[in-house]
Structures are given as structure tokens and as C-alpha cells.
Design a protein around this ligand. Structure first.
Ligand code: FAD
Length: 391
């Protein structure tokens, strides 16, 4: 491969570029990034310490100094021609490649009913989003966070740390219910309530009006600032018409090679691939996955078609910091969880999901030290009778 182009110059893109070099690639390397930042910044602090005042310079990712990549920053890719092996850039350049890494991540979902501009309505994906929201929060507004996923929950916690009046609005019955199920969602709801966050759950948002959020049942939530945190969509608009399957992310094979295209791989939030450990095709929007998948994508690209490369079959993992709680999750959560260590009342516990007789997922709340053990059990498909008896 004489020239590898990496599109998306954030976590997954940069880590793939580094992995290519580490694995001996000496050819030309170009990193294309829509954002101007380099080294890129890290996103997890954007809903945590940055909102409460951290210096944005502290959230830069460290990048290998001898990466030897040409940087094309502040310019988005707008098209892909697989036959000509060219990426089309917004400034008109056609960037030829022998190998291509797709690492364009995602962008926040914001349906028309939830549109609006700062200083009233915010989404949170970029450093600029976070700094703009922080500036608004410093004015002491009443805040409504629409979406009780992990980012929405973190934003609510940050608002409370700033002493603000905040309401978390979630269409499901409980915050984080979609990931953790209703029982553990209830525990999380209690965590928020105990820290002074108001909850409005079980009713979808119908729209936004100046000074309030309108819910489908006709009630309203007063808000000077609204943060829309209802998930992210894979950034694949530039791949439309390329022939790649981009229904909910770029479809890959088990080794992270794009299906139906030679010499094309993808990694991070934009990628969807069959994870054989779980027998499931998944797209994971979490930091550790972007990091690990980057290495798998580099390995596959360098091995070439038909080359020997291991399937990418990780145990998905994410963490979330909410108030004084450290939440860690590994694996998949399907079916009903059971508490195997500690107790939710003390906010120190481990809950586990099993399926087909094996351990499949674990949630550790203020039990970070137990994470490695459950991660190992999930990776090894440990039998559920190996689990500790509940206390
Ligand atoms: P991104 O980080 O989104 O990077 C993609 C890059 O590609 C961006 O720079 C984008 O501008 C660029 N791009 C997009 N389209 C184009 C184009 N057409 N041409 C060129 N460039 C393009 N995960 C956790 O596990 N724990 C956490 O606590 C956590 N907190 C988070 C908090 C926030 C506020 C956010 C937004 C995310 C958080 N995450 C967390 C998720 C984690 O940050 C992401 O999974 C990770 O950033 C994914 O990396 P990526 O490189 O795939 O995508």
C-alpha cells in the first residue's frame, strides 16, 4: 500500500494511524479531519470536567511525535469514489488512496422539533459545543436536559455541581433504561433525585418553546437552556452513493474490513461489525471501542485481502461519572440483571446479565476494582454458576 488515507482525525483515526506505523507501515499517510484541532481533544471530559471549568488544553489526546502523517485539517470529506480510489474533499481536492480508513465518528441526533440555536438550545459533541454550553451555564439558567442516556445523565450531574436547577427529561420510564433495563434505571433515577436533579420520565418531548420544553402529554418543563442529548448518528453522509452499506454505520466483516470494498476499513463510532463473542452485529459509541478497533482495523488493512488477521471480538466497555458515582459497564445487557455483590442501597454493587448459561454483561457501580474479573468472565464465556452467590 503506497498511500493510506485516514478520514476522521480524532480518537479512532489517530489511533489507527499510530497502529499502522507501529505495525511497520512506512508508506505515505494522510489524515483528513473536518475539525481544525491537532492533536485532537478527548471527548469524555466534555460532559464532565470541561463543563465545570477544566482547562480545554488539559483534554488533548497525546499523539506519537513521529507519526509521519500529512495533515489535511479543517476540511471534510464529501464523497468517496471506490472505482477511482479517491476521496473527494470539500475544497475540491481529490485525494487518491491505496488503503482507506473510515473514522468519521458520529454527530448528535437533533430532530426538527428539537432544533434551536445557542444560547437556548445546545447539543454536545465537540469542544466548541462544550465551551459554549459552559458559558451559558455560568449565567445561572434553569436547565432541561433532553435524553437520559449516559451523556445526558452526566450533563445533569455537571449542572448540579454548578448549583443549577436542572430537569432530566427521558421518554422511557427511567434514565439509561435502554442500556441497563428498568430495575437498574430506577436505581440511577434515585441517584439523580438524591442529588437534586428533577426527573420527568415516561413522556416524549413534543417540542421546544422559548423558556420551556413541551412534553407530549401537554405539560411543560421550564428551561432557559435546553441540552438535547438523545444519541448520535454515524457520520456517513459523505459515503452516500459510494456503494458501501451505511445503514446505521459502515458495515464491516468480522475483521473490520468494509463489506464489498477492498482495502477499506473502519473503526470507532462510525463502524458496525459482527462481534463473534456475542453473535451480534454491533455499533459501539464508546471510547475504548474506538481505541481497540483502531488496532484491529490497522492489522486488517496491512494484512490485505485474504491475509491472516484475527476477528475483532472485544467485550464492549464504557464508564460514566455521575455525581460521586463511578459507573462501569462491560459486555451486553439483555434480559434481567441480578445483583451479585454489594447493594444498590449503598450505591456500591455489581449487577450481572446472563444468557444461554453464560455471563454476558456486568455493571459495576463504585466497584471499579471488580471490573477486570467480570470482563474476563465475559470474554471467556464463563458459566453463570461460576458467579458469586448474592449477598
Ligand atoms: P469522533 O470522536 O466523533 O471523531 C470523528 C472525527 O471525524 C471528528 O473529529 C469529526 O469532525 C471527523 N469527521 C466527521 N465527518 C467527517 C468528514 N466527512 N470528513 C472529515 N472528518 C470528518 N465514551 C466512554 O466510553 N466513556 C465516556 O465517559 C464518554 N463520554 C463522552 C462524552 C461526550 C460528550 C461524548 C460526545 C462522547 C463520550 N464518549 C464516552 C464516547 C467517545 O468519546 C467516542 O466513542 C469516541 O470519541 C469515538 O471516537 P471516533 O474517533 O470514532 O469518533
Amino acid at each position: 500500500l503506497g498511500h493510506i488515507a485516514v478520514v476522521g482525525a480524532s480518537l479512532a483515526g489517530v489511533r489507527t494511524a499510530e497502529a499502522l506505523r507501529r505495525r511497520g507501515y512506512q508508506g505515505e499517510l494522510t489524515l483528513v479531519g473536518a475539525e481544525p484541532h491537532f492533536p485532537p481533544y478527548d471527548r469524555p471530559p466534555l460532559s464532565k470536567s470541561v463543563l465545570t471549568g477544566a482547562d480545554p488544553e488539559e483534554v488533548r489526546l497525546r499523539v506519537d511525535e513521529d507519526l509521519g502523517a500529512k495533515l489535511r485539517l479543517g476540511v471534510a470529506a464529501v464523497g468517496l469514489d471506490l472505482a477511482a480510489r479517491e476521496v473527494r474533499l470539500a475544497d475540491g481536492e481529490r485525494l487518491g488512496f491505496d488503503g482507506l480508513v473510515i473514522a468519521t465518528g458520529g454527530s448528535p441526533r437533533q430532530p426538527p422539533a428539537l432544533r434551536g440555536e445557542p444560547p437556548e438550545v445546545f447539543v454536545l459533541r465537540t469542544l466548541e459545543d462544550s465551551l459554549a454550553l459552559r458559558a451559558a451555564l455560568l449565567r445561572g439558567p434553569r436547565v432541561a436536559v433532553v435524553g437520559g442516556g449516559f451523556i445526558g445523565c452526566e450533563i445533569a450531574a455537571a449542572c448540579r455541581a454548578l448549583g443549577l436547577e436542572v430537569t432530566l427529561v427521558e421518554a422511557e420510564g427511567q434514565p439509561m433504561e435502554r442500556v441497563l433495563g428498568p430495575e437498574l434505571g430506577r436505581e440511577l433515577a434515585a441517584l439523580h433525585r438524591d442529588h437534586g436533579t428533577a426527573l420527568r420520565t415516561g413522556t416524549p418531548v413534543a417540542g421546544l418553546r422559548p423558556g420551556e420544553v413541551l412534553l407530549a402529554d401537554g405539560t411543560t418543563v421550564p428551561a432557559d437552556v435546553v441540552v438535547v442529548a438523545i444519541g448520535c448518528a454515524p457520520a456517513t453522509a459523505w459515503l452516500r452513493g459510494s456503494g458501501l452499506d451505511v445503514a446505521d454505520g459502515v458495515l464491516l466483516d468480522e475483521r473490520c474490513a468494509a463489506v464489498g470494498a477492498e482495502g477499506v476499513v473502519a473503526a470507532g463510532d462510525v463502524a458496525r461489525w459482527p462481534n463473534r463473542l456475542f453473535g451480534e452485529t454491533m455499533r459501539i459509541e464508546h471510547w475504548t471501542n474506538a481505541f481497540e478497533q483502531a488496532d484491529a482495523a490497522a492489522r486488517t488493512l496491512l494484512a490485505g485481502p485474504g491475509g491472516e488477521a484475527e476477528p475483532f471480538a472485544p467485550v464492549p466497555y464504557f464508564w460514566s461519572d455521575q455525581y460521586d458515582s463511578k459507573i462501569h459497564f462491560v459486555g451486553r445487557a439483555t434480559g434481567r440483571p441480578r445483583i451479585v455483590e454489594g447493594s444498590p442501597a449503598e450505591r456500591r454493587f455489581v449487577a450481572v446479565w446472563t444468557g444461554e448459561g453464560v455471563v454476558r454483561g456486568a455493571l459495576c457501580v463504585n466497584r471499579a476494582g471488580r471490573l477486570a474479573r467480570y470482563r474476563r468472565m465475559i470474554a471467556n464465556r464463563a458459566a453463570e454458576d461460576a458467579l458469586p452467590e448474592p449477598a
